[in-house]
Design a protein. Sequence first.
Length: 199
Amino acid sequence: MKQLIDNIKKIEHGFKHIIDAGDIIISDKTENHFDLAVTFLTDDSYQVRMLATYLLGQLSPNNPEALELLETKVAEDENWRVQEMLAKAFDYYCKTIGYEKSITTIKKWLSDKKANVRRAVIEGLRIWTGRPYFKENPEIAIQLISEQKSDDSEYLRKSVGNALRDISKKHPDEVLKEISTWDLSNKKIKFTYKLANGK
């Protein structure tokens, strides 16, 4: 285990080495994966906290405590790489449970006070309409994403605009129908609009 941790600390970029390490840990049935993840969350190294996030994501479909830790503790991490891993972890949860069955959790996370929690949903599910359920119901994806258009967090609004622009490549009319109703006198909404409109 120590060798595994030392190795991921040496690599500064990317996710593959973290995922590979996580898969090795998950495959070891003698370990208590949840307790390990909790311990890793307090590590000084962002790589180890990314590993913790990955493990919690893998456990989350069958462990409500793991999902709760992602929403609370992990979302407070100040490292952007950890937040990218949180987005991946949330998507894994939704994919495993089923995107339609995850709607309640998606809405819960989108109404969270922490911008990182809301962003994990918007960013994690990109491209939304490439996902089952949202592929058949693009208007639901557009509606859920658009609710965040005037968020205080520019980091989140960037994700919102980019997510809508992604969808507009296959569903231009549906996205245009939504964004044409936006109040562009609001600077935050205008910021999101420009990204969504690709202009």
